[in-house]
Ligand binder design. Structure first.
Ligand code: ATP
Ligand code: MG
Length: 384
């Protein structure tokens, strides 16, 4: 009796002609997530089997696979040769000590001498005869023993379905560049878009020495969390210190955040072009803070020339974002105190609804292209 993990995939089955491609990327992503752990993955009619692993590492493997987008559900199963004694031994092993149950059999191997109903009835009967504390309830059972009689002469027996991460395999929906701050929102935004199959690279802006090195470490930690879902990522780090100093020196302080955002967008679009990203992703949520009004978004959006800007959190409340942040394992990192570059030289009263004419007038006081070029020279790229 061998322990195996059955992996069922989610939306991939909807993709007609592209199915082979989606499955290939999905398979590669599973392999990447299990790198360094002994295992074998085999594809079997509409699902995958993870086999030949060390049983002590079952939970570790489930934990890793839990972050692979495209997985609908998983089950830990016992694999036995297809004959009734072996199937019964496996059913006994996964059977609860007490409660109501039913046996559900799926028979792909039509040549086996018993049909699904007969297998279920015989295994159910044998289980009843060895355990007086269980009873059959086919309508509302407390647990179900699933038997999957496969075409290759083996059967899989299991009693649980674990929900997978859902979504599409990362890499099947192109690549995006995520503006990753050290806050709660942007990692959640990245996770949501990765879930739709997009590969993510991250860009972070800092104002060292006004912001400290812990802020940088924190962002690296957040990029690592995302990387667990995207099978790796790159973190582009750019200094905006000089840009902020120039804004501070030359412009109306109330426009600091608005102007800085426009610089971030310009730099992000250039880095996106370099790394082949097809969109920019931010963690903005409509109306959440002064800079996230529709006027603020219009102002920062208008400097982007070619790419769409995805703001997946736009319609979420802060509590909804926090809930997601916790569930992806980012929250405890995000709430560590740190200096955000946007709080450096922060005016007492930032403009809330920046009129674009006023923004342009302030910006005209700066050598925009020169500052962008200079900032890009500080680019550092980390493989996460
Ligand atoms: P977050 O929790 O993601 O920091 P926030 O609620 O603090 O978001 P803002 O600080 O207004 O909101 O930032 C809005 C978005 O702008 C962020 O979600 C992020 O995508 C981007 N952003 C802000 N600061 C930075 C930064 N230093 N580096 C990269 N992106 C940033
Ligand atoms: Mg922030």
């Amino acid at each position: 009796m061998d322990k195996v993990i059955i992996v069922r995939y989610s939306e991939i089955h909807l993709k007609g002609k592209n199915r082979g491609y989606f499955e290939r990327v999905f398979g590669i992503n599973m392999e990447k997530s299990l790198k360094g752990i002994k295992h074998e993955i085999r594809r079997r009619s509409g699902r995958y089997l993870v086999e030949c692993f060390d049983e002590n590492q079952t939970d570790l493997i489930l934990e890793k696979l839990n972050k692979v987008f495209g997985i609908h559900s998983m089950s830990v199963a016992l694999k036995v040769p297809t004959q009734m004694n072996g199937i019964f031994e496996a059913a006994k092993a996964v059977c609860s000590e007490s409660g109501s149950f039913k046996v559900d059999t799926h028979r792909a191997d039509k040549s086996f001498r018993l049909n699904s109903m007969e297998i279920s009835a015989e295994i159910g009967g044998r289980l009843l005869s060895v355990n007086k504390n269980i009873k059959v309830d086919v309508h509302n059972p407390q647990f179900i023993i699933n038997i999957d009689v496969r075409e290759d002469g083996t059967s899989l027996v299991f009693n649980k379905f674990f929900k997978g991460a859902g979504g599409m395999p990362v890499g099947t929906s192109g690549k995006g560049l995520l503006l990753l701050s050290g806050g709660i929102d942007s990692p959640v935004a990245g996770h949501m878009i990765a879930k739709r199959g997009m590969n993510i690279e991250c860009i972070h802006f800092h104002s060292y020495p006004y912001t400290n090195l812990q802020a940088r470490d924190k962002v690296i930690e957040l990029a690592k969390v995302l990387s667990g879902y995207t099978c790796g990522t790159k973190l582009h780090i750019v200094s905006v210190t000089h840009i902020q100093e120039e804004i501070h020196k030359n412009c109306n302080g109330e426009y600091m955040v608005t102007l800085l955002r426009r610089f971030m967008m310009r730099i992000a679009e250039k880095i996106a072009a370099k790394c082949g990203a097809q969109c920019i992703i931010t963690g903005e949520s409509l109306g959440q803070v002064a800079s996230q009004t529709i006027e603020g978004m219009t102002s920062s959006n208008s400097v982007i020339k070619n790419l769409p800007v995805l703001r997946p959190l736009c319609g979420f409340d802060k509590d909804e974002i926090i809930e997601r942040s916790r569930s992806i394992g980012a929250f405890e990192i995000s709430i560590q105190p740190y200096e955000d570059c946007c709080t450096v030289f922060l005016p007492k009263h930032p403009v809330i609804k920046p009129a674009i004419e006023a923004v342009l007038a302030e910006e005209a006081k700066l050598n925009v292209d020169g500052l962008v070029e200079e900032a890009i020279k500080t680019l550092e790229i980390l493989n996460i």
